[in-house]
Design a protein around this ligand. Structure first.
Ligand SMILES: *Cc1c(COP(=O)(O)O)cnc(C)c1O
Length: 363
């Protein structure tokens, strides 16, 4: 079998070592003679798995003890509504920073569940000469009373990442679906962090929520019990049957991450991968990128061919070379290489070498 490197934005690559382990124990997990999919989520074996997953994730992200961890249904978008229903009960207000497709979608969902008066939207991307730059607003002197500020530190579709901290007097909620555990962050700066699993954690169907204890005292709207953070905390994420197989795979990804040195070790590899690709794009007359250097995503590298009539040919030849899922999101066009934690450096080396060859081939 020839090597395939999968650049899909999500569901995305899962580390090969994890997939091989899952394959080897698919029919007989832990000597039980059955798969992990077919046992009770309340069995002592499964609870041991979830306990260990929590210990590992707390260690990987240095999560302080006043934060709860939830393993939930509903992906990233499920959290768009969950944060509203859990925190904006009695007509509270929230501020949404808009930096691209996903933060915009989160704000639209929030408005749908509340009202235009409750949700303040602030565009933080400036476009100058076709280059997108995030300009952080001054918020500390703002007298408005917001229950939280919501933002998306890595815009998966647009290839825009926000590295600077936000200076803000309200609790910060961050959608880290596409950059969780890609680099070290200080969890204590956030009121809540959420992430759909299918980019950097495991398979789809699972989302992870890290929520500071005091956030749970905010007033909630009546809502579906399975998306209620307080019930989730009370029941150890088992108010109803959780996505057990996805949880198991996520736990294996945590074990893998620890085995290769944790988030900090991987963050260096992630920087190396991104630098290799951006440096090549910048050095080329054939490709270009439209994001300011300070906001270029380390996880989702967007780029365009200068001659866009060659897009279909580029994608077809890339696929032939084992480099798949490079097509950009339909809303922005062009190309996108998603190079999450599970993408090895060799995958990016292989991509750059293909791009170089494609650019210089006779046609
Ligand atoms: C993929 C993604 C989502 C949506 O996730 P779903 O699980 O499909 O709901 C939300 N936010 C960001 C930043 C994403 O990358």
């Amino acid at each position: 079998m020839s090597t395939t490197y999968n650049f899909c934005a999500g569901p995305a690559m899962i580390p090969q070592a994890v997939m091989q382990k899952a394959q080897s124990e698919l029919l007989d997990w832990n000597g039980l003679g059955t798969s992990v999919m077919e046992i009770s989520h309340r069995s002592k074996e499964f609870i041991a798995l979830t306990d260990q997953a929590e210990v590992d994730l707390r260690e990987l992200m240095s999560i302080p003890s006043n934060y709860h961890l939830l393993f939930m249904h509903g992906g990233g978008r499920g959290q768009f509504s969950a944060v509203v229903n859990n925190f904006l009960g009695d007509k509270g207000k929230a501020l949404y920073l808009i930096s691209g497709s996903w933060s915009k979608a989160a704000a639209e969902e929030a408005v749908k569940l509340t009202s235009d008066e409750q949700i303040e939207r602030l565009n933080i991307v400036e476009n100058n000469n076709c280059i997108n730059t995030v300009v952080m607003p001054q918020l500390s002197g703002n007298n408005d009373e917001y229950r939280y500020l919501h933002y998306c530190p890595n815009e998966t579709v647009d290839g825009i990442e926000i590295f600077e901290d936000i200076d803000c007097p309200w609790p910060i909620i961050a959608d880290m679906s596409s950059n969780i555990m890609s680099r070290e962050i200080d969890v204590s700066k956030y009121g809540l962090i959420y992430a759909g699993a299918q980019k950097n954690i495991g398979p789809s169907g699972l989302s992870i929520v890290i929520v500071r204890d005091d956030m749970l005292r905010l007033p909630a709207l009546p809502q579906s019990s399975i998306m209620d953070y307080r019930l989730g905390v009370k029941h150890g994420s088992m108010y109803n049957t959780p996505p057990t197989f996805a949880w198991y795979l996520a736990a294996e990804v945590f074990t893998w991450l620890k085995s290769i040195g944790g988030v900090n070790a991987l963050a260096q590899v992630n920087l190396d991968k991104a630098k290799l690709l951006y440096d090549f794009i910048d050095s080329s007359d054939f490709y270009h990128n439209t994001v300011a250097v300070k906001n270029r995503s380390v996880m989702n590298v967007t780029f365009y061919l200068k001659d866009e009539t060659l897009n279909a040919e580029f994608l077809a030849e890339a696929a032939e070379a084992g480099l798949v899922a490079l097509k950009g999101h339909r809303s922005v066009g062009g190309m996108r290489a998603s190079i999450y934690n599970a993408m090895p450096l060799e995958g990016v080396v292989s991509l750059v070498s293909f791009m170089d060859k494609f650019a210089s081939s006779e046609r």
